[in-house]
Design a protein around this ligand. Structure first.
Ligand SMILES: [Ca+2]
Ligand SMILES: [Ca+2]
Length: 190
């Protein structure tokens, strides 16, 4: 009886979380640049298509997903976000920052656009990140026409409003433990 109840509680929890996750990936919807670059700024939106911009030194390009959409961590060491670059002869570095509210940005890491298959794989779980709603890429190559950006891809799309915060996850885990303890007590009393 206890196992059955615990299982149904776990199933209810997994349904709650999976309900807000979409199977299809999401791509950048909005973009803004605070400096100079080469190319059409809209070429960084949507799926990767080998259309790209070359970001000039010190220019920050901020790309956001559609309203209330987020790229989610999948809980494994698999990639959760892909920065699609373009392979031009000159490798350039960029500082990459992320936001969970499109207001405050935090450093993720420094990445180069010289990559195998023009792909930078980012695993949120490695960085302890739950979800992101936008990404800011600042060229630090020291040269004009630096980092070549094609697209941003969130592999596990989700509803930003329904992403459980770590504190609510903890509360749910505690509630589950309390239910299990209660059931234990009851089964001992029988
Ligand atoms: Ca992951
Ligand atoms: Ca593109």
């Amino acid at each position: 009886m206890m196992k059955k109840l615990t299982l149904s509680a776990l199933l209810a929890l997994s349904t709650l979380f999976s309900a807000s996750v979409f199977a299809t990936p999401i791509y950048g919807t909005y973009v803004e640049a605070d400096g100079s670059f080469s190319g059409n700024i809209n070429s960084v939106l949507g799926a990767p298509d080998d259309q790209f911009i070359q970001i000039d030194n010190n220019t920050a390009v901020t790309i956001s997903f559609a309203d209330n959409q987020a790229a989610l961590a999948d809980g494994t060491d698999a990639a959760d976000l892909i920065i699609h670059t373009y392979d031009l002869p000159y490798p350039a570095d960029a500082r990459v920052e992320y936001s969970t509210d499109n207001l405050n940005f935090f450093l993720l890491d420094i990445f180069s656009d010289a990559n195998v298959s023009n792909i930078i794989n980012i695993d949120f779980d490695l960085f302890g990140i739950n979800h992101i709603t936008s990404l800011r890429i600042t060229d630090i190559s020291g040269a004009a026409a630096g980092f070549d950006l094609d697209a941003i891809e969130g592999i596990n799309a989700g509803d930003a409003l329904n992403v459980p915060e770590p504190s609510s996850l903890l509360l749910l885990a505690l509630a589950l433990l309390a239910i299990m303890a209660l059931q234990n007590t009851r089964s001992q009393q029988v």
